[in-house]
Design a protein around this ligand. Structure first.
Ligand code: SF4
Length: 512
């Protein structure tokens, strides 16, 4: 039974209880297990009937299950499936995915240390500690071509090497789990479904760069993820995979959780570090970069949840294996959260280079209610809106930039013909205005001004002079803001102006 937050919100805990009750005499041969996210959140609660050793793909999957369905489902375990509840696992939503980060999601019990080890968990870390030097690990990660999944796409091997080259002494590893983009829930799902995978990646990173202390900075609004992380840290420590003298070696690695209080800007790495230090979460100019002078002035490695979740398979299978997946400059897979006007909302993982059309029309099942597609927003408030004409573009770091948007951390919000693109731009600007930390004037005042202009235009009260001023402000705020929040805040405006200018014009003409 999926017990990640999405399915819990549609009642999966009650379903699980009912299935346990219905198990009755079958308890000797049949076990009800809570697992992480199975991906198809729109069909929850999801229940998978699987033979002990089979994968999710080979199981019988049931959708929209209610507690009342439990006796019928239990009765069918050794017989014919309950067809009315069946959710085909050979449908494109499942069949077209390639799972590396999510390979255990929806399959293992996230609270079970043994369950993680049984599917090869901690094998990468054991290999790193027993067969590889830190330099060997750095080489594999560099060979893999992995780029940071938090949004920027910086080469992970290069970042790790910079921290490793700093003089020996106190160094830190930080996992950025401060996921805050509207519509994004990739990190939450990974932490709720497979927390040990993230810990294993962090520990391997610490070994490679010479750190002995780690922090996971996670939003307090993710209580289930926090709870599962706490359990995972406790169990990994008890089993000797965290703490001092890990796996009977000289390597030590302690991990602590730090809760973010909901400020979007704390996802920016210098603001995040300030918050961990107990200061107000505000960015500072870079350089110095965290790799050289980070937490409390020490060399610090910061990667996000998905980046760390890729590490164990890379060490286990080798960098060349990972580099064989994806495109020339964007290797591996990417996890996306599909949201908005799309039939299959949920969590997916596809090879880099998959086209947006495949993601939206085939894996996502297209637009519901017979409506036409209008745009897809990628990259959250820092990204942009892509129209139908560009849906065949491959999803990778570089291609998305040419369209005036960005990969971001993986949120994808789909809009149909009923969405007003001026309203969309105003919504994201309001988000940036509210989340601006106020440290620098272009962002603090610029987002407020741009929101005012957008509001007037959206209400058909703006003029062409307002639009000209809006475009000028976009340039200024982009060029002069201190951190990524301000520098990218104009992106949704610029991309909607680039592809949907007629909608702005229509509003202006109504006003004039
Ligand atoms: Fe703060 Fe915005 Fe300046 Fe970033 S750009 S430091 S969020 S005011």
């Amino acid at each position: 039974v999926c017990v990640a937050a999405s399915c819990q919100s549609s009642g999966s805990l009650a379903v699980m209880e009912a299935l346990e009750d219905a198990c009755g005499d079958g308890k000797g041969t049949c076990r009800v297990k809570g697992v992480g996210c199975m991906g198809l959140c729109s069909a929850g609660p999801l229940v998978s009937i699987a033979d002990k050793d089979c994968s999710l793909d080979e199981s019988v999957l049931y959708r929209d299950v209610t507690p009342a369905d439990a006796p019928e489902i239990m009765g069918s375990v050794c017989g014919s499936p309950v067809e009315r509840l069946r959710c085909p696992t050979d449908q494109p939503f499942f069949a077209r995915q390639h799972k590396i980060v999510l390979e255990n999601s929806g399959f293992i019990d996230p609270d079970s240390f043994k369950g993680y080890v049984a599917v090869g968990g901690y094998a990468g870390m054991v290999r790193a500690l027993s067969e590889m030097t830190p330099a060997d690990v750095l080489r594999e990660v560099t060979t893999s071509g992995l780029r940071g999944r938090g949004g920027g796409g910086y080469p992970t091997g290069l970042k790790w090497s910079t921290v490793a080259k700093m003089p020996a002494g106190q160094k830190y590893v930080i996992c950025n789990a401060d996921e805050g983009d509207p519509g994004a829930f990739m990190d939450r799902a990974v932490l709720e479904s497979d927390p040990h995978r993230v810990l294993e990646g962090m520990a391997i990173a610490a070994y490679a760069v010479g750190a002995n202390k780690g922090y996971i900075y996670v939003r307090a609004e993710y209580p289930l993820a926090v709870e599962r992380l706490q359990t995972a840290i406790r169990k990994a420590k008890r089993a000797g995979f965290l703490g001092s003298k890990v796996a009977d070696t000289q390597f030590s690695f302690e991990v602590e959780i730090r809760l973010g209080a909901g400020a979007f800007v704390c996802g920016e790495e210098t603001a995040l570090m300030a918050s961990i230090e107990g200061l107000r979460g505000q960015p500072r100019p870079r350089p110095p970069y965290p790799a050289e002078s980070g937490l409390w002035g020490c060399p610090t490695l910061i990667n996000n949840v998905e980046t760390f979740a890729n590490i164990a398979p890379i060490v286990r299978e080798g960098g060349d294996w990972f580099a064989s997946i994806g495109t020339e400059r964007s290797k591996g897979t990417k996890v996306f959260a599909l949201a908005g006007k799309i039939r299959n909302t949920g969590l997916i993982e596809v090879p880099m280079g998959t086209s947006l059309r495949d993601i939206i029309e085939i894996i996502g099942g297209g637009i519901p209610d017979g409506k036409a597609f209008k745009a897809v927003q990628t990259g959250g408030p820092s990204g942009g809106c892509i129209p139908e004409a560009h849906l065949d573009i491959p999803v990778d770091y570089d291609s998305l930039k040419t369209l005036g948007t960005m990969m971001g951390s993986g949120g994808m919000i789909v809009m149909d013909e009923t969405s007003s693109m001026v309203d969309v731009a105003r919504y994201f600007m309001e988000f940036c205005m509210t989340e601006s930390c106020g440290k620098c004037i272009p962002c603090r005042t610029g987002t407020w001004q741009m929101h005012g202009l957008l509001d007037a235009i959206a209400k058909a009260q703006g003029t062409h002079a307002d639009l000209a001023l809006l475009e000028e402000l976009c340039e200024v705020v982009q060029a002069t803001s201190l951190c990524g929040l301000g520098q990218t805040a104009p992106n949704p405006v610029l991309s909607t102006l680039r592809y949907f200018r007629d909608e702005y014009e229509e509003k202006l003409q109504r006003a004039e």
